[in-house]
Ligand binder design. Sequence first.
Ligand code: PLP
Length: 358
Amino acid sequence: MTFERKNIRDMEGYTPGEQPKSTDIVKLNTNENPFAPGPAVQKALSEIKTDDLRCYPQPTALELRKAISAHHDIETESIIVTNGGDELLRLAISTFVETDEAIAVAEPTYTLYEVLAQAHGCNYLRFKLNDDWSLPENFAQTLNNANAKMCLLPNPHAPSGTLLPVEELAALANEFIGILLIDEAYIDFVDPSLNHDCIKLINDFDNVLLLRTFSKGYSLAGLRIAYGIGPSSLIYPMQSKTKDSYNTDFIAQKLAQAALEDQAYAKKAWDFVRAQRAMLKDALAELGLTSVESQSNFLLVSVPEPIKAEELYKSLKQHGILVRHFNHAGQENYLRMTVGNTNENQLLLSTLKQLLAE
Ligand SMILES: Cc1ncc(COP(=O)(O)O)c(C=O)c1O
């Protein structure tokens, strides 16, 4: 006897990356920031009193939304604050997609998308990315022909780290008749010289929703706080109707604001990650482990035959280094490695060198 709905009974659920307790582990598997949150966050935390927790938090995280609004120079009505980016995805799906409608993705992609579609009980349409990770030709037309209500697109892409230019996304949004949710979880690590900025799409299109998170760029994965940016016609129904009344807590709202307002600290980490990303990419390539150009805080490393990526993952783990291996079709020969701090990256390289020589 089960009380689960049929679609829940039939699904397996998401497998999160391992979160080991030991601090001896070099953790390069879930794309966290290599630095702890900065002094502004520490100060904000120390100023929180237990009595602050007696009452409910501001339901729409108004102060934080005002700070985000000032930061991006957009209206507060265009912003919704959520319990991690994952909550925004769930909200967007449950608010805009009927269970007899479809969500579309270009695979490979963030594997949570499928799980959320299964939990919602809607259709999930997979199209294949080209071998160079670019979108299939005439993608908007394909989506329209398939009647997709929403397209979920990580950019920078996960798991490859590649970046689609704003012009291509604008053309897609223009032609696609459903909602284009651009998941910008890793946007802070994009090279600033590219001048990549999708926020302007919000003014030009009524079907674009952006996901941003404090988990990666602002070192706050443990807090669970993120936000969506979109035209008020997309934000309003989630903000006023479908989100939980108090979806983010007092501490998360305060600390996220402190982190956002200390841009100098955040930018130092982003610069560091970009420099180490370039160093790692070259050093790994010298070991025969090539990767595509990443604008994120990870590299998707191709493991050449006859070495098996899964075996290399296991050997690294035995040496105390965790990276991510996805046992999905087409991804068996890759390892995704988060850019860590200087010591972690050096240890990764020296261990790989040793393992590959064996
Ligand atoms: C592509 C992508 N989108 C969204 C998220 C969600 O991040 P969070 O829920 O921590 O904000 C992640 C987390 O790993 C991710 O990789």
